[in-house]
Design a binder for this molecule. Structure first.
Ligand SMILES: Nc1nc2c(ncn2[C@@H]2O[C@H](COP(=O)(O)OP(=O)(O)OP(=O)(O)O)[C@@H](O)[C@H]2O)c(=O)[nH]1
Ligand SMILES: [Mg+2]
Length: 719
């Protein structure tokens, strides 16, 4: 296979909402450039890009797939990305290692939430964007409506290059206003018949051509001058202007296709080959030291590994982009991220599952290698003497959590190792061993995302795992003052134990005055504070302990043991066993025994006195509250709102924008556990949401009663 020069390479990401037709479009692209002789379909599970069994099972893409298309002497490296919000990490990675994003829009549905999300991501990292309106052959396709919606949402930079003469079953031709021709396909699609524009389309074609010429001229002074003089640009001038406009994001060209019928695909590839920027036209990325790294084939050799995975029949595969230099098969490199050495014995050009060995890969190009010792997603591999590192991809925070455990308890350690490796493969999976919940918490982007991880652990590592509901990190606190005393006494042979503690508990708030006098019934208790300890709690809030002992009723040396006893119960609250917070305790009296008093006695006395006082202090359970932002199309707004209300949500705001709604609400974490799945089913996948922790609030009375009952039953069973 030919080694392509840097200036012959273009890297393109196929993006867009779930089911818009990216994988089908990839199939037609591969067919058009002769890589495959027959086009597969997603339905028949025989496409080049959806080759993992799990993708065949879901009927949609789960992983990004790299393929290349040699077209008119250029190499187009294309990455077909999954559109589902669950797998957005793949799309973000692909966007970062390519130079142009083709956002595929389903002409039957128009702009979807997924379209907007990926557009926002592309904008934040300043990538050129091309839109492809697909499924124009579909029954409900409506080009004019989609363009109008796109203009509303993405603004006047939306610039049609083509428009169809008819949509729906009759779609078989369009007018191209860049080359000013009419293109028509037979039932097989493929190569179109190219004709002059018919008279009845003349005016519309001229108007759009003029808009395109103006948009193209805007990006170059000499083109602008020529445009003012002649109101005309040649095709080559147009291409130059559009390329510049793409790079500085002042034009979003719009194409028309039917991926399934292979119409318009060849023409779009021509544009990708002729107009979109080459690797070396784009601003150079920076390494971690802030140096710009140009894709120079003669420069120092440095590779960025953007994806590692285990593939059917092959094993571990590492995908990389050559950031600088020229990689040759057999090169010895250093993994600067992990400090290990690697030999790249074989290097490949990739086309889905098919890997073709190649002798060299130049800067800017994308390739793969196998059987690396210790290479993870996001690592940089450098030639000896080079110390560049890249770390430019920012991933969103995960928003779906499950507790995970192995079916066989003995596999716990093995599972931990696997999960760590899975995170290194896909940074949008994160794992945390929660001491508080006594669970391993796995977080990801959604139910399908975690299900995919389960699939991989069970299939690749042959380890069966179970997901459980994650426990909720409740907190406990009190709402009024209360008093208790407790005597711990044990005299069953040997040394005895004796300790007695009298204390008062009350809610603690920052800046409250020092304790003075308390009244319980008709008894008054006057405090004489000798010493105050403020203990910040690792789980939030404080425990404040005032030593108000008078007359040496308890020796000062036992105070730390009593505080330990209080902390025992702060760590395992008396109501539900959750962490307690924001309590002030005054230890004001007690008793010692000259022989039997020791630390353990006072620890137990302190613990039990605290438990009793806490229970009588009108205690409350607090639950974590999250701020949730939901993006949905307007037509499902009512259903989404009523679902949220069923989740005890407090709606904070609603914003309507271009036919989409953004709802902001505060929702208890407990009610969010199945949210991503529910939202996806209410909206048919046309939605997304984010969530972030805001604080703790009291749970309603009925919820508290239920929690207390559950805890009491559980404690009884454990006794
Ligand atoms: N009518 C029609 N259907 C299409 C066209 N392109 C794709 N489809 C159908 O749309 C469905 C989704 O197509 P895919 O190619 O899997 O879409 P995708 O964008 O890769 O989806 P994800 O990978 O889930 O993001 C399939 O049933 C395709 O057959 C088209 O041009 N016209
Ligand atoms: Mg797909």
């Amino acid at each position: 296979m030919k080694v392509y020069k840097t200036h012959e390479i273009k890297n393109i990401a196929l993006l867009g909402s779930k089911g818009s037709g990216k994988t089908t479009l990839a199939e037609s692209m591969l067919f058009e450039c002769g890589v495959i002789k027959r086009r597969g379909t997603v339905e028949a599970n025989n496409t080049v890009c959806d080759y993992f069994p799990v993708e065949k099972e879901y009927g949609s893409s789960v992983f990004s797939t790299v393929f290349y298309a040699e077209f008119n002497g250029k190499k187009l490296n294309v990455i077909d990305c999954p559109g589902a919000d669950d797998f957005v990490g793949n799309a973000i990675t692909a966007l970062n290692v390519t130079d142009t994003g083709v956002i595929v829009i389903n002409g039957q549905y128009g702009v979807e939430v997924g379209t907007q999300n990926i557009f926002r991501t592309a904008s934040s990292i300043k990538k050129p964007i091309i839109f492809a309106i697909n499924q124009l052959d579909g029954e409900k396709a409506d080009y004019d409506n989609v363009i109008e919606q796109m203009r509303e949402i993405f603004g006047p930079k939306v610039t049609p290059i083509q428009y169809p003469i008819a949509c729906g079953a009759g779609f078989n031709s369009f007018i191209d206003v860049l080359i000013m021709k009419k293109l028509t396909w037979g039932p097989e699609g493929g190569t179109p018949k190219v004709e002059d524009i018919p008279a009845d389309q003349h005016d519309r074609a001229q108007e759009l051509h003029k808009a395109l010429v103006e948009a193209a001229a805007e990006n170059d002074e000499s083109l602008m001058e020529k445009f003012f003089e002649t109101e005309h640009l040649t095709e080559d001038e147009l291409r130059l202007g559009v390329r510049k406009g793409l790079i500085d994001r002042s034009i979003y060209p719009v194409f028309c296709v039917s991926a399934v019928k292979d119409m318009g695909v060849r023409r779009m590839m021509e544009f990708l080959g002729n107009v979109v920027p080459f690797v070396d036209d784009m601003p150079a990325p920076e390494n971690t030291a802030g140096q710009e790294v140009k894709p120079d084939p003669a420069g120092p050799l440095s590779l960025y590994v953007f994806k590692t995975t285990i593939e059917p029949h092959i094993g571990e595969v590492s995908y990389f982009k050559v950031m600088s230099g020229t990689l040759r098969a057999g090169d010895d490199l250093e993994n600067v991220t992990r400090g290990s050495k690697e030999r790249l014995a074989q290097i490949y050009c990739v086309c889905g599952q098919i890997k073709t060995p190649i002798d060299a890969i130049e800067a800017g190009d994308i390739g793969a290698t196998v059987k690396m010792k210790d290479v993870r997603t996001g690592n940089t591999l450098d030639a000896k003497g080079v110390d560049w590192e890249f770390d430019f991809i920012k991933y969103p925070a995960p928003k779906y959590q499950r507790a995970v455990r192995p079916v066989n308890e003995a596999d716990a350690e093995k599972l931990n190792q696997i999960l760590t490796r899975m995170h290194e493969e896909d940074p949008t999976w994160t794992v945390e061993q929660s001491k508080e919940l006594k669970q391993t918490i796995l977080s990801g982007m959604g139910e399908f995302h975690l299900r995919t991880l389960k699939w991989r652990v069970e299939n690749n590592d042959k380890l069966n795992i179970v997901f459980d509901e994650p426990k909720i990190p409740y907190r406990e606190t009190i709402t009024k003052a209360s008093r208790a005393d407790y005597r711990h006494k044990k005299q069953s042979g040997g040394a005895g134990q004796f300790g007695e503690v009298h204390l008062i508990v009350e809610p603690y708030t920052e800046g409250m005055p020092a304790p003075d006098t308390y009244k319980f019934g008709n008894q008054e208790f006057k405090m004489n504070v000798r010493d105050t300890q403020e203990i910040p709690l690792a789980w939030g809030g404080k425990l404040v302990v005032c030593n108000c002992i008078v007359g040496g009723a308890i020796d000062t040396r036992f105070i730390p043991a009593i505080v330990k006893g209080l902390m025992d119960r702060m760590e395992q609250g008396p109501l539900t066993g959750s962490y307690a917070r924001d309590v002030r305790v005054c230890i004001y009296d007690g008793k010692m025994h000259p022989v039997d008093s020791n630390e353990i006695s006072f620890r137990l006395a302190g613990r039990n006195a605290f438990s009793e006082a806490f229970r009588n202090a009108n205690p409350k359970v607090l639950e974590p509250i999250y701020e949730v932002e939901v993006f949905v199309p307007s037509d499902v707004m009512g259903d989404v709102m009523s679902d949220l209300q069923g989740r005890r949500a407090i709606i904070m705001g609603m914003n309507s924008e271009n036919g989409f709604e953004k709802i902001t609400a505060r929702v208890p974490l407990k009610e969010m556990s199945s949210y991503s799945t529910a939202l996806s089913s209410i909206t048919g996948g046309r939605s997304s949401f984010t969530m972030k922790f805001v604080g703790y609030e009291l749970v309603p009375g009925d919820v508290q009663d239920k929690l207390l009952k559950e805890y009491a039953e559980k404690s009884q069973n454990e006794d």
